[in-house]
Ligand binder design. Structure first.
Ligand SMILES: CC(C)(COP(=O)(O)OP(=O)(O)OC[C@H]1O[C@@H](n2cnc3c(N)ncnc32)[C@H](O)[C@@H]1OP(=O)(O)O)[C@@H](O)C(=O)NCCC(=O)NCCS
Length: 165
């Protein structure tokens, strides 16, 4: 049976489910694990997808990094629900928020290059992201031998409203 998912901003009651989704992927080396205290503290950055029964099946964060630059991170879709468009819906939700925050450019560091390029991102050299490197990457155990790919998107303009404003 086809499921409908509600993509919405996360709230504190979602954190334990988000933590579980992220931990499952982190154990496979797909992304960074996130501590509960990090998730509580950064809850405003997160979107989740929930089933009609209220189960959290995906999460994604949009983290502002610099004056017009944001990062898509902690993106997970539960593994049995992948390839149904939910990952793209999570990224689209983040793009909508870029307009509210006046973020003009977003990037991700990822092993899922194909997913992001299918969604309009382009592969870039990490040297175009100096703020990310100095704020985070230098503290990573893998630095400077990062094996993730940097993908980048100029945020498309917001769709015109019905009033044209
Ligand atoms: C990456 C991830 C979020 C994608 O979610 P998803 O719901 O499967 O993605 P979607 O169904 O929205 O896919 C969007 C497009 O990307 C393509 N795609 C998705 N995953 C892909 C993959 N691994 N390889 C190639 N193409 C892929 C889809 O076929 C679709 O293509 P389309 O333009 O032809 O429709 C999911 O695979 C996941 O949770 N992975 C583990 C965690 C992870 O690596 N997160 C990324 C951290 S930056």
């Amino acid at each position: 049976m086809e499921q409908n998912y509600l993509v919405r901003k996360a709230h504190l009651d979602d954190v334990k489910a988000m933590h579980g989704l992220l931990l499952t992927c982190a154990r496979k080396g797909l992304l960074l694990p996130r501590a509960l205290i990090y998730l509580y503290g950064h809850i405003r950055n997160f979107f989740v997808a929930e089933t009609s029964e209220g189960e959290i099946v995906a999460c994604c964060a949009l983290a502002p990094v610099w004056e017009d630059l944001g990062e898509i991170c902690s993106l997970v879709v539960r593994d049995d629900l992948r390839r149904q468009g939910l990952g793209r819906r999570m990224v689209t939700a983040c793009l909508g928020e870029c307009h509210a925050l006046h973020l003009k450019k977003i990037f991700a560091l990822t092993y899922q290059e194909a997913f992001f390029t299918r969604s309009g991102f382009r592969v870039v050299d990490k040297s175009v992201l100096p703020q990310k490197i100095w704020a985070d990457c230098v503290h990573c155990a893998k630095y400077p031998d990062c094996d993730e790919t940097a993908v980048f998107l100029d945020v498309p303009d917001a769709p015109a409203t019905a009033t044209g404003k």
